[in-house]
Design a protein around this ligand. Structure first.
Ligand code: KG4
Ligand code: ZN
Length: 381
C-alpha cells in the first residue's frame, strides 16, 4: 500500500455503528460512533434484529459525514477495512456488505479485520486531544507522548459486553488465546446484575459509579475461578449470587417477593445505601477475578506488560486495582486505551487494517461475515 493516506474503516459487530479514518502511522483523523444505547435500553440488552436494522439506516450517512468532516475524498483512501467477525451476524453483514460494495465501486483493496484483534490494537492508536493511560509503580498516568506504546510481546485482556479473553500478543497480528469466559462475559455480568438491581442499561457504567461510593465489605461476593489450575473465567455465577443476595436483602427489608413482581419493580424498594454497597461488593469480585487471573498468567509467563481493553476497561475500580497491582509488583505495567477506543469503535479496526494483507481482488466480493471467529483464525471468504 503506498500512495493514498487513510484507511476508511467500518465496525458494526454489535450495537454501535462506527466509521473511522486512520493514517498508516495509527493517527486517527475521524472516529465516529453512532450509539444505539437508547434504542436497546427499554429491553435491557441488545436486540440483534433491531440493531441490524439501525446499522442499515445509519451506516452510509455516517461514512459520508466522516469523509466530509475529515476533508477526505476517495483519492486519499488507501483501502476499506471492515470487521467481519466475531459478532451478531445480521449486524456484521451490514458492515461487510457496505465495505465490499464501496471497495468494489471505488477500486480499493478490502481488508477483513477480526473485532478482537481490533480491541487489542486500541492502545497503539494516536489520538488527537485524548490520551491513553498507563498504570505503573502504583500510579495511573496519562500518556502525553503519543509514541509511548506497550511493547510486544504483552498480555491482552479483552473485557466487553460480548467477550472476556486473555491473549498472549506477540505482534499486531500474532496471538495465542490463553483464557476465555466459559459463560457470560464480564460486561454481560455487569449488565445482568444492574438489571436485577433495577439500574438500567448498560449496567457497567452505572454500577461503576455507585460502587465508588459504596462499602465492598457489607455484601461480599466470591471472585469466580480464581483457582490457578483453572485457566478460564466464568461470570454467570455472580449473577446468581446477586439474585440470592437480593432475596436476603428483601427478606431483611420485609419486602414480599412472592408476588411474581419483575426484578425492576422490586428494586425500586432498595434504599440507596444498600444499592451502593451491593454495587461495591459486586464490582470488587469482578475486578478481583480479572486482575487475579492476569497476575497469575503474567508471572507464569514472565510477561511485564498487560493491556486491558474493551468496554469494561473504562471501569474505575478495575483501573485503581490495576494501579495497586503495579505498586506491589514494580515489574508490572498496565496499559489502558482511552475510553473512546475501549468501547466499540472503528478506529481500532482501521489501525489494525494497516498491518493486514487485503483480501485478494478476485475474492473480495465473496468475503463472508462470521458470527464466531477465533483470533488469528483463517480468513474465510
Ligand atoms: O466494548 P463494548 O462497547 O462492546 C462490546 O464489544 O461488547 O463494551 C460494552 C460493555 C457493556 O457490557 C458495558 O456495561 C460495559 O462494557 N462497560 C462497563 C463500563 N463501561 C462500559 N463495565 C464496567 N464499568 C464501566 N465503567
Ligand atoms: Zn467489542
Amino acid at each position: 500500500m503506498t500512495d493514498s493516506k487513510y484507511i476508511l474503516s467500518i465496525e458494526s459487530s454489535c450495537d454501535e455503528t462506527a466509521v473511522a479514518l486512520v493514517a498508516r502511522d495509527g493517527t486517527v483523523l475521524i472516529n465516529d460512533v453512532a450509539s444505539q444505547i437508547d434504542l436497546h435500553a427499554p429491553f435491557g440488552g441488545v436486540v440483534p434484529e433491531v440493531a441490524a436494522r439501525r446499522h442499515i439506516e445509519v451506516c452510509l450517512p455516517l461514512i459520508e459525514q466522516a469523509m466530509h468532516d475529515g476533508g477526505v475524498g476517495w483519492d486519499e483512501i488507501e483501502a476499506v477495512g471492515v470487521t467481519y467477525g466475531p459478532g451478531l451476524i445480521g449486524c456484521l453483514l451490514v458492515g461487510v456488505e457496505t465495505a465490499k460494495t464501496l471497495a468494489w465501486i471505488h477500486h480499493k483493496p478490502l481488508v477483513a479485520v477480526n473485532h478482537l484483534g481490533g480491541h487489542l490494537y486500541a492502545p497503539f492508536l494516536k489520538l488527537n486531544d485524548a490520551e491513553h493511560l498507563l498504570a505503573t509503580r502504583g500510579e495511573l498516568k496519562s500518556l502525553t507522548d503519543r509514541n509511548e506504546q506497550p511493547p510486544y510481546p504483552h498480555l491482552g485482556l479483552i473485557v466487553s459486553g460480548g467477550h472476556t479473553s486473555l491473549v498472549y500478543v506477540a505482534s499486531p497480528t500474532e496471538y495465542e488465546t490463553i483464557a476465555q469466559t466459559r459463560d457470560d462475559a464480564a460486561g454481560e455480568a455487569y449488565d445482568k446484575a444492574a438489571r436485577l438491581m433495577g439500574l438500567g442499561y448498560p449496567g457497567g457504567p452505572l454500577i461503576d459509579k455507585l460502587a465508588t461510593e459504596g462499602n465492598p465489605e457489607r455484601y461480599t461476593f466470591t471472585p469466580p475461578m480464581l483457582r490457578r489450575d483453572k485457566p478460564d473465567f466464568s461470570f454467570s455465577g455472580l449473577k446468581t449470587a446477586m439474585s440470592v443476595q437480593l432475596k436476603k436483602v428483601y427478606a431483611e427489608l420485609g419486602v414480599d417477593t412472592d408476588q411474581g413482581q419483575p426484578a425492576e419493580a422490586l428494586a425500586e424498594q432498595l434504599p440507596d445505601d444498600v444499592l451502593r454497597d451491593l454495587c461495591a461488593g459486586f464490582q470488587s469480585a469482578v475486578v478481583e477475578a480479572l486482575i487475579g487471573k492476569c497476575q497469575y498468567i503474567l508471572k507464569d509467563r514472565r510477561i511485564n506488560d498487560l493491556v486491558i481493553t474493551g468496554g469494561v476497561a473504562c471501569n474505575r475500580g478495575l483501573r485503581a486495582r490495576a494501579a495497586q497491582a503495579t505498586s506491589a509488583h514494580k515489574w508490572l505495567n498496565v496499559w489502558f486505551p482511552h475510553p473512546s477506543v475501549c468501547t466499540d469503535n472503528a478506529a481500532m479496526i482501521g489501525g489494525l487494517a494497516w498491518h493486514l494483507d487485503p483480501v485478494a481482488d478476485d475474492e473480495a466480493l465473496r468475503l463472508a461475515a462470521r458470527s464466531s471467529l477465533p483470533l488469528g483464525g483463517p480468513l474465510a471468504v
